[in-house]
Design a protein around this ligand. Structure first.
Ligand code: FRU
Length: 609
């Protein structure tokens, strides 16, 4: 009798499980402990997926008319919904869509698996709300509307439009489902979100890469074609060619892909047209070998290895990633040199990710780095903050400009920063130039792009010149825009030993910068800048050489809610650091120690949107 009853109960449970249906045209059917079918029966443009960040990724297999179309990795919510992400059903109109979901979190029974809150919160909707929910979202830096972002990719300029692609997870705010997100701008500061441009293929995820215009029609896709090269990252990392004939909105996948394979990890192809030799040049990061490989091609489809650069040179403490190579003329001369950009992670001067570069010559095949007076190749950093990585330049930029942009975070804590709707912003765009430092070496200058001055709104403080000593002079920062402003001033250190520059709020949160005259450095201390507890690697002091010899520096400080970029002497030294104050900084304090200094041409601007 007992045995029969047990059987009846078991039957009842499985019948109830398969009949479970959420309202709104979605049927949820639990097949097993970690396996659930979600059948889309109703109407709606998006399937809204509930995410819980602390959960493991579930494999969401999208079946279209019974066939596997693709697999997403989504941290489906178990006990609470942190946010939702949309899966666009438009491409599947008229077809039957079923999600065969495999969750990895081991439940002991189907009954337990049924309790996950995601099943009650999956929904169909015609719209997805992208309005900002994050107080730390910058006002004038590029961010994705939602989801995770890392490296900038494939930037090119055409017909007045700057295109910016980026490593993107459209299904969560942690690294996964790597695709190329896309935004465009006519002024490098206001960005318009565009549809995702590249999604994972059968060869793997869409890792970093570059784009260039093919006006000579070398690849045969037409003179209007935009060519792209990126790393398909599956079990192996191989290089794929794509092209666009609609100006970079959608891309076609070259059927002969991969066009380049190596036996070891190689990624982030960065190519450009070499006018002098009439062929394409591509740099590829031979990541674990810590070198950059140089390839050439007549048509982007067949590539020949020409040389490698970097073995044992520069900083070798991490993997080499995201290369770039471009010519620049030396300030005030006709001399042309080449700059090879090498992003490295970890191994940065203050831990984690950073961008090193080499100045030298390139003959179309081989890059040769300049050496210092001891005959060694010096290590040089493009930015002396902790949050400047994967920086590369736009191709085909107008008026001979070499404009760069970076990812404003660090692999040490990028996935832990206290935002959820989106994660990470880009740096401000910067204009590259070469200058000769006091040691006779050539250095890369990264000046704020000229478009940024159009952001200047009201002048909330203006001081022509003032002496400063040990008692701080204070100036209020703009109250508009919740912590976004630009601060400019010149320092003449005169008899002072150090000049202190403090940004602070009433809660005692502060960023302390110090210009140390005798060591020719500017330091940036964010240890008490606000929320610093989400990662042990976050509290830090970063230090930049100022390259000046006369005790005078000029600073442009861009504050944008959760970031501070300090450009010294028009970008001869730069520090980019993110911060998370509980409330915006309200006050700038300036003081000097060991003597009196002078501050000149101080202006604090609010930001015009
Ligand atoms: C650099 C990087 C690249 C890679 C991409 C993957 O941050 O590791 O080397 O292509 O991120 O998202």
């Amino acid at each position: 009798m007992k045995r029969i009853q047990a059987g009846i109960i078991a039957l009842t449970i499985s019948a109830a499980a398969s009949a479970a249906t959420t309202p709104g045209g979605i049927a949820v059917e639990h097949l097993g402990v970690n396996n659930t079918l979600v059948r889309v029966d109703g109407e709606g443009r998006y399937l809204i997926l509930p995410v819980q960040e602390s959960n493991d990724d579930a494999n969401v297999n999208i079946l279209v008319d019974g066939q596997l179309d693709r697999t997403l990795r989504v941290r489906l919510a178990k006990s609470k919904v942190d946010y939702t992400v949309p899966f666009d059903l438009t491409p599947y109109a008229g077809h039957e869509v079923v999600l065969n979901i495999v969750t990895t979190q081991g439940r002991s029974s189907v009954r337990e698996a049924k309790d996950d809150v995601c099943w009650r919160n999956i929904a169909l909707a015609d719209t997805f709300d992208t309005s900002n929910r994050e107080r730390y979202r910058p006002l004038y830096h590029h961010t994705p509307q939602y989801g995770w972002m890392n490296d900038p990719n494939g930037m090119f300029y055409r017909d007045g439009v700057w295109h910016l692609y980026y490593q993107y997870n459209p299904y969560g705010s942690k690294w996964e489902n790597l695709s190329w997100g896309h935004s465009s701008s006519t002024d490098l500061v206001h960005w318009t979100p565009q549809p995702v441009a590249l999604e994972p293929t059968g060869l793997g995820l869409v890792f970093s890469g570059s784009c260039a215009l093919d006006t000579a029609n070398t690849a045969g896709f037409g003179p209007e074609a935009v060519l792209g090269m990126y790393t398909s990252a599956g079990v192996s990392q191989v290089q794929s060619l794509v092209w666009s004939t609609d100006g970079g909105t959608t891309f076609n996948f070259f059927p002969g892909n991969p066009v380049l394979t190596l036996e070891s990890e190689a990624r982030d192809p960065n190519m450009f047209w070499d006018e002098a030799n009439g062929r394409w040049v591509m740099l590829l990061a031979h990541a674990l070998d810590r070198e950059m490989l140089v390839f050439t091609s007549p048509d982007m489809k067949t590539w020949e290895l020409q040389s490698s650069f970097g073995k044992g040179v520069g900083c070798q403490d991490g993997v080499w990633e995201c290369p770039d190579l471009f010519p620049l003329s030396v300030e005030g001369t006709d001399e042309q040199k080449w700059v090879l950009v090498c992003n490295i992670n970890p191994g940065g001067p203050f831990g984690g990710s950073a961008t090193q570069y080499f100045v030298g010559d390139f003959d179309g095949r081989i890059f040769t780095a300049d050496t210092d007076s001891t005959g060694a190749v010096p290590t040089k950093w493009m930015d002396y903050g902790k949050d400047h990585y994967a920086t590369v330049s736009w191709s085909d930029a107008p008026s001979g400009r070499r404009t760069l942009i970076g990812w404003m975070s660090n692999w040490q804590y990028a996935a832990e920063v206290p935002t959820m709707q989106y994660r990470s912003a880009n740096t401000l765009p910067r204009e590259a130039a070469l200058f000769r430092g006091p040691d006779g070496q050539l250095y890369l200058q990264s000046a704020p792009s000229p478009e940024l001055t159009a952001l200047r709104g009201d002048v909330v403080a203006s001081v022509r010149g003032t002496g400063i000593g040990s008692r701080a002079k204070t100036y209020s920062l703009p109250r508009t825009n919740d912590g976004a402003c630009e601060i400019v001033f010149d320092i003449d250190s005169r008899s002072a030993r150090v000049v202190d520059i403090l940004l602070s709020n009433a809660a005692g949160e502060k960023v302390a910068m110090t210009y140390d005259v005798s060591s020719h450095t500017l330091s940036f201390d964010r240890r008490e800048s606000g929320n610093v507890t989400f990662s042990e690697e976050f509290p830090a002091v970063t230090v930049a050489p100022t390259f000046e010899t006369d005790g005078r520096i000029s600073l442009r400080i861009f504050v944008d809610r959760s970031s501070i970029e300090v450009f010294g002497d028009d970008g001869r030294f730069v520090m980019t650091n993110i911060v998370f104050p509980e409330n915006p900084y309200t006050t700038l304090s300036l003081s000097a120690d060991g003597g009196r200094a002078r501050v000149e041409n101080l202006k604090i601007y609010s930001i015009r949107q």
